[in-house]
Design a binder for this molecule. Structure first.
Ligand code: SAH
Length: 338
């Protein structure tokens, strides 16, 4: 519940409105994981809340730390036994947490481990928040940025995503600026337009991964529904409505989407757009035969885009040694033989 909803609820059950403030602050500012810790809230009210809406803490079941110590990947168990993964990354400018938005994913991108068994269920706004809270508690570090870029398609869980964004930026809670939040989508066009109309200051990242419709349809089933031109139309609308520069994600797959011709085509698509391209050598997954582009091909692709005047960076790879890519840790946990 937002602070306003909680106040309304608390008043409806005959309590004083200031109790709502206390409870919200315990949940989202001090980030406790049980009602018992809310020591200034009367016991009878705590018991009542616990019976109406139990608080389910996330249980860490596995933690992997990268060799350099700047990335940690957490596997959490939810109250219903499902597991999800979240990643903590230490940067010069602060720490970011990459969270999952669904258990699994329905989008079917060919190179992605998260989608191999489809989507089990949506995560609630509180389950999205708890990934951040749990990681802040486990690492003892402040979280300055959140990427909704883990398993799941956030725009396929749209209402919960919006509620999550409201909660995370609530002054009475974590009070994080939405400028420090990135939401990544494979490109659900009508939802991008809907999100644009919310006029939020989040960064929108688009998983593009191909420079023409034919290749994109091969790699990403969502491209059968909307063309690149329709997708870019929605991106332009997003920029017009929010003034926020779009980020495009492009996973380089050897021989698939990394040729000179692809770079040229991509530059043509993005020409004149206020955007940024992130190149990521694909993380190969066991179930598919895709290979990552070699270092030379990655540098070449990057240079080519730059020469065409496109804003581009090669994503610094963190955590490739700890199943860092989307869905890999969960997948390996679920299919383990031990
Ligand atoms: N569904 C959303 C967010 C989750 S995936 C989306 O599609 O954007 C987060 C990012 O990781 C996406 O850009 C996705 O395409 C990329 N990704 C997934 N598997 C990958 C892999 N094996 N190697 C590199 N990038 C991958």
């Amino acid at each position: 519940m937002t602070p306003e909803e909680l106040t309304q609820y608390i008043t409806e059950i005959g309590e004083k409105p200031f109790r709502a403030k206390q409870i919200f602050s315990w949940l989202h500012e001090r980030q406790v994981s049980s009602y018992d810790e809310m020591t200034n809230v009367p016991k009878r009210l705590r018991e009542r809340l616990a019976s109406v809406q139990p608080l389910h803490a996330l249980l860490p079941v596995r933690t992997l730390e990268s060799g350099r110590g700047d990335t940690k990947k957490f596997l959490f168990r939810l109250f219903d036994g499902n597991v999800i993964e979240s990643v903590w990354m230490k940067h010069n400018h602060g720490n970011s947490v990459c969270i999952s938005s669904q258990v699994g994913c329905n989008m079917g991108c060919r190179f992605c481990a998260s989608t191999l068994d489809g989507c089990v269920r949506n995560l609630t706004p509180y389950e999205m928040l708890c990934q951040v809270y749990a990681i802040a508690a486990l690492t003892g570090e402040r979280v300055s940025n959140i990427d909704v870029m883990g398993s799941g398609e956030p725009l396929d869980n749209y209402d919960n995503l919006l509620r999550f964004l409201r909660l995370v930026s609530a002054e009475e809670g974590m009070n994080l600026s939405l400028r420090n939040v990135t939401v990544s989508t494979c490109g659900l066009v009508p939802k991008i337009r809907e999100l644009a109309d919310e006029h939020l200051q989040i960064t929108l990242a688009i998983s593009l991964h191909a420079s023409n419709d034919e290749k994109r349809r091969e790699l990403m089933p969502v491209a059968k529904r909307w063309t690149i031109s329709e997708l870019l139309g929605a991106c332009r609308y997003y920029f017009d409505q929010t003034g926020r520069r779009i980020s495009f994600e492009y996973a380089l797959i050897a021989g698939e989407n990394d040729t000179d011709r692809c770079a040229e085509e991509l530059a043509g698509l993005l020409h004149g757009m206020n955007c940024h391209v992130n190149l990521i050598p694909v993380n190969p997954i066991r179930e598919r035969s895709y290979r990552r582009s070699g270092r030379g091909a990655v540098l070449e692709f990057d240079k080519k885009l730059e020469n065409y005047g496109i804003n581009v960076t090669i994503r610094r790879e963190m955590g490739a040694d700890i199943d860092g890519a989307c869905g890999q840790l969960r997948r390996n946990y679920l299919t383990r033989s031990d």
